[in-house]
Design a binder for this molecule. Structure first.
Ligand code: A3P
Length: 323
């Protein structure tokens, strides 16, 4: 186990105790670190440890997302694109391994209670990592490397609804969860899971404009609307485009079918058992709810929609990014 260069858990706790905090949606407090909000002190500590220890490699792919933007979908999609020569669709690892075990969040690799992996010793030519960390808080080694970043975002109204239901399903038993109206207030103030939403998306949006060959900016809704087109775009960006022979053989279609909401959510590996998120265990099934675009229509009032639309429009104005 790599030593943490003398930095003890206590010293992280000391720094974290000075951070701004707000009432959490389903936890006692959320903490703000480098401008972004984390669910717990463990969440912040995870980010600090990633910043200190993660060594990016030029070959690797980093999938970055704001929680509830379709991470559970894009992890197996990218994994299947990367490993398509090595895996048979009938016995594919995606069928027997949860997306979050297949591609754990970086924040989990460097969690305080586990042995840090020696990433230098991994022999695979290309690895896939995932993080929810904002662009501005990424470890310096990611910025300095030539590694590629795939960023996936989703419209803020669906992100809000999906987050609300997700956090309620993993709520601390001793904490009264916020009502939907209170959580919405917090979301509008930017106090949300890895939020503010607009700062998270803008960080990666600007990076994708500045370094288009290194940062691919994708939307959940686009992948839903024209999956084959966007899957091919993703493979091209990753440096492994589908050949016309593969397209003729239906590989694009096979990957999309393998990773569809219907297929993944019905797999035993995804609807039973638990997943370690920081210090807590959460049911794997809660990563699958509806998997649709526009469910916000069933949950938000017209006033809420108008208000959030206006905030997002104002925050993104001039950037060229719209939802
Ligand atoms: P909903 O709560 O709107 O249903 P994340 O993985 O980033 O936490 O995002 C979770 C959201 O992605 C949930 O949205 C979940 O249902 C949806 N999702 C999970 N797997 C999916 C898939 N294979 N295709 C489309 N959406 C999926």
């Amino acid at each position: 186990q790599e030593a943490d260069e003398g930095r003890s858990s206590e010293s992280y706790t000391e720094i974290i105790s000075t951070l701004p905090r707000e009432k959490g949606w389903t936890t006692e407090y959320m903490y703000q670190y480098q401008g972004f909000w984390y669910l717990s002190t463990t969440g912040v500590e995870g980010v600090m440890r990633v910043q200190k220890h993660f060594k990016a490699r030029n070959e690797d792919i980093l999938l970055a997302t704001l929680p509830k933007s379709g991470t559970t979908w894009f992890k197996p999609l990218i994994f299947a694109i990367m490993n398509r020569g090595r895996c048979d669709f009938a016995t594919h690892p995606v069928l027997t391994t949860s997306p979050h075990d297949l591609v754990p969040p970086l924040e989990n690799y460097f969690h305080q209670n586990i042995a840090y992996p020696n990433l230098d010793s991994l022999s695979s030519p290309q690895l896939l990592f995932h993080t929810h960390i904002s662009f501005t808080s990424l470890p310096q080694s990611v910025i300095n490397s030539q590694g590629r970043i795939v960023y996936v975002c989703r419209n803020p109204k669906d992100v809000f609804v999906s987050t609300f239901y997700f956090l309620n399903r993993m709520a601390d038993k001793n904490v009264e969860p916020l009502s939907v109206e209170e959580a919405f207030e917090q979301f509008c103030k930017g106090v949300s899971f890895y939020g503010p939403f607009w700062d998270h998306v803008l960080g990666y949006w600007k990076a994708s404009l500045e370094w288009p060959e290194r940062v691919l900016f994708m939307k959940y809704e686009d992948m839903k609307k024209d999956s084959p087109f966007h899957l091919k775009r993703l493979a091209e960006f990753m440096g492994c485009p589908f050949s016309s022979e593969e397209e003729r053989q239906g590989v694009v279609h096979e990957i999309l079918k393998l990773c569809s909401f219907e297929n993944l959510s019905n797999l035993k590996v995804n609807n039973t058992g638990t997943f370690q998120l920081g210090t807590r265990k959460i049911g794997k099934h809660i990563f699958f709810r509806q998997g649709e675009v526009g469910d916000w229509r069933n949950h938000l009032t017209n006033d809420m929609v108008d208000r959030l639309n206006k905030i997002v429009e104002q925050k993104l104005s001039g950037s060229g990014l719209t939802f």
